[in-house]
Design a protein around this ligand. Structure first.
Ligand code: ACO
Length: 324
């Protein structure tokens, strides 16, 4: 059996840090009221990193990719697959994956984007795992990257305080040892209305609404129930129990969602990786950024069992169970 093994990780956050107080001050100038206390109590978010104007998703993605390649000890030309998960691509086309490929100096690898919003990285990782298992790739770069600040309505306090920009990456390699043990993905397109950015450019005009809109409470409920069900399913698939999991690495939308989930699964908080306090919600970048942070600070070690989970617009959700 061929497995796909994570042999390197990387992350990149744009250098500009905006605290809740900074943001509250900026919004106050437009007559919009918010506070550090409100944001921390409802979300656990203290700050976010925001890209400067002109900085695009491919730039963040390329930084994270370089770090992951260095960690893996392989060169860009060794890659035969590049998958980027993003909902904020640089262009309609070419894909952000092709832009990253050119930046890295790789020629010939297959390159494509996956669009599943905050579940994007888990979707992309599952796709790359399947390609490696099928013998269609040996060295895959999987990136989650977003400039979510570009699709936020900065006059809507109920959404603009929740998100940040960033990128995380992993290198997967074909291996005799596990690796990715199990994965499962889901979607329910009938739930589009609770979280969407329902606009585009057509005939040279913006059509629809270019900004992210969300029914926060509906998303909250669906996120907790769908992730709990998905965790049970992926463990059953792999023949492991929830108590075997060393690290839960969930999508970082909100500390309260993560705490509810941990409690529902019976996973104690010291086994849950949290970065949302520092990064806010970076959509497709949140899971690989959290994985990278916990590997680099020595929490996640070789041999640990990690459950990666994504949930987001679509509605989409899914889990990947990894022997690190
Ligand atoms: N500052 C101050 N007050 C605010 C803010 C703000 N930034 N935003 C909203 N409020 C006000 C509202 O206007 C409302 O006031 P009202 O009672 O006078 O009408 C009040 O706060 C309560 O608003 P609710 O929407 O009921 O607040 P809730 O407790 O549901 O918290 C939140 C909102 C944080 C969005 C919550 O619903 C949530 O966490 N949902 C999960 C959604 C999420 O995290 N999504 C991330 C993207 S999706 C994903 O990644 C899966």
């Amino acid at each position: 059996t061929i497995f796909a093994k994570i042999i390197g990780t990387g992350g990149y956050l744009p250098p500009r840090i905006v605290s809740n107080d900074d943001l509250a001050l900026e919004l106050a100038q437009k007559g919009i009221e918010t506070s550090d206390q409100w944001i921390v109590e409802r979300t656990g978010i203290h700050q976010r990193h925001l890209a400067d104007p002109g900085v695009r998703t491919s730039h963040l993605a390329t930084h994270a990719a370089r770090q992951a390649l260095e960690d893996a000890g392989i060169a860009a030309q060794d890659l035969d697959l590049i998958v980027v998960a993003t909902s904020t691509p640089d262009y309609v086309f070419p894909s952000t994956a092709c832009l990253v490929q050119a930046e890295l100096g790789n020629k010939g690898a297959a390159a494509y984007d996956v669009q599943a919003v905050c579940s994007g990285f888990v979707y992309a990782l599952t796709t790359a795992d399947a390609m490696i298992k099928a013998g269609r790739a040996r060295n895959a770069l999987v990136i989650g990257a977003e400039v979510f600040s570009s699709i936020l309505d900065w006059n809507d306090r109920s959404t603009c305080v929740l998100f940040g920009d960033g990128a995380g990456a992993v290198v997967l390699q074909a291996s005799d040892e596990p690796g990715i043990l199990a994965a499962q993905l889901n979607a329910d397109g009938s739930q589009m209305g609770i979280l969407c950015a329902a606009g585009n450019v057509s005939h040279g005009q913006v059509v629809g609404d270019p900004f992210l809109r969300m029914d926060g409470q509906a998303v909250f409920k669906l996120a907790v129930t769908s992730l709990a069900a998905s965790a049970n399913q992926v463990c059953e698939q792999a023949g492991v129990s929830l108590s075997d999991i060393n690290w839960l690495v969930p999508h970082q939308a909100n500390v309260r969602i993560i705490n509810f989930l941990g409690r529902k699964l019976g996973i104690p908080s010291e086994k849950v990786v949290i970065t949302v306090d520092q990064h806010a919600n970076t959509s497709a970048a949140s899971v690989p950024l959290a994985l990278n942070a916990a590997r680099r600070d020595g929490r996640i070690r070789t041999g640990d069992l990690a459950l990666l989970q994504g949930v987001g617009g679509g509605f989409t959700w899914g889990s990947v169970l990894v022997r690190c």
